[in-house]
Design a protein around this ligand. Structure first.
Ligand SMILES: [Zn+2]
Length: 61
């Protein structure tokens, strides 16, 4: 399994997050940026049988 990487929407650093469990085809979670410690809302969307989800990171307001 490759590490899951996202870009922080605040400081634009590339950070690694835990592998997201595919409990459904759309999973949303909030994680803290390890660089600037601000909360990031991460949405993972799986399309068909792809192993790798499409990830979006946006500020948690
Ligand atoms: Zn950050």
């Amino acid at each position: 399994m490759s590490p899951t990487k996202i870009t922080c929407p605040y400081c634009w650093q590339s950070i690694e997050i835990e592998e997201i469990a595919r409990t459904s085809d759309f999973v949303e979670l909030v994680t803290d940026c390890e660089v600037c410690c601000r909360p990031i809302r991460v949405t993972a969307t799986w399309i068909d049988d792809d192993d790798e989800p499409s990830l979006e990171a946006e500020p948690e307001s």
